[in-house]
Design a protein around this ligand. Structure first.
Ligand code: HEC
Length: 247
């Protein structure tokens, strides 16, 4: 009996996950390149200008970021620090948590690990799919994160878009609206391709922030492998030397 139940669970589980995942808006692939320093720098600039008012990167220091993305500490101090922090400080923001909760209903989460917890494709899609929805407190909703409590903070760049739905009918004839696409109803200061490119940079930066050691690790990895190869040769020769009289 137990076996049958277990078998049934395994049979039904995949179907359940399909059922819940099938309806969601499809995620777009984020074409990020962690080696592209210009992209990381632009992403950092966008982050401090448009996101840090509400979100922090509490595990990242300004000077560490400077080094990793190819800026001098001076450049960071002059262009990227707006909070009065020192370059050696963590990238915290000044927003009081209690106020934030009152304004938004939720405290804006720290974004240090967001790329790892949610994935870069999710972030890329999330940032591009805010759309007009008069039923929501800030007048916008989001395709990747339905009923998100965040306003469309990049509307000046992207403009405002309205949703285009497709009506789906299931086998019983029930109709449901499925979000298919968007139509730009009020252009922003960037063209759609420019905005897309900017979001690649921003997601690239958030991905870096979640794993600053990434680039270094690849570099160190090569030396580790070389060392292991060399060590193997040395140990093999040693073994031959030690055992040569034992026969
Ligand atoms: C005006 C304040 C504000 C600004 C500015 C802001 N956010 Fe948010 N953000 C929020 C709030 C509030 C939430 C929590 C939403 C929720 O959980 O419903 C949030 C949530 C998020 C999430 C989490 C989504 C999830 O799946 O949990 C991400 C990612 C995010 N913001 C990215 C950004 C980025 C990138 C920027 C800069 C372009 C930015 N935010 C600017 C208020 C803000």
């Amino acid at each position: 009996m137990k076996k049958i139940i277990v078998a049934l669970i395994f049979l039904v589980l995949p179907a359940l996950s399909l059922a819940s995942g099938g309806e969601g808006y499809p995620l777009q692939k984020a074409p990020i390149d962690p080696h592209n320093k210009a992209s990381l720098q632009n992403g950092a600039k966008l982050f401090v200008n448009y996101c840090m008012g509400c979100h922090s990167l509490e595990h990242q220091r300004y000077n560490r970021m400077a080094r990793d993305i190819g800026l001098t500490e001076e450049q960071v101090k002059d262009n990227l620090v707006f909070t009065g922090a020192k370059v050696g400080d963590l990238m915290k923001n000044a927003m009081p948590k209690a106020e934030a909760k009152r304004w938004f209903g939720v405290v804006p989460p720290d974004l240090t690990l967001i790329a790892r917890s949610r994935g870069v494709d999710y972030l890329y899609t999330y940032l591009q799919t805010f759309y007009l929805d008069p039923t929501r407190p800030f007048g916008v909703n989001n395709a990747a994160f339905p009923n998100a409590g965040m306003p469309h903070v990049l509307w000046e760049l992207q403009g405002m878009q309205k949703p285009i739905y497709e009506v789906h009918k299931d086998r019983d004839g029930h109709e449901s609206k499925v979000l298919k696409d968007f139509e730009l109803v009020q252009p922003g200061s960037m063209s759609p391709p420019e905005f897309k490119e900017a979001m690649v940079d921003l997601v690239n930066f958030l991905s870096y922030a979640g794993e600053p050691i990434q680039l270094e690790r690849q570099r160190i990895g090569v030396w580790v492998v070389l060392f292991l190869v060399l060590a193997t040769v040395v140990f093999y020769l040693l073994k031959k030397e030690y055992w040569k009289d034992v026969h």
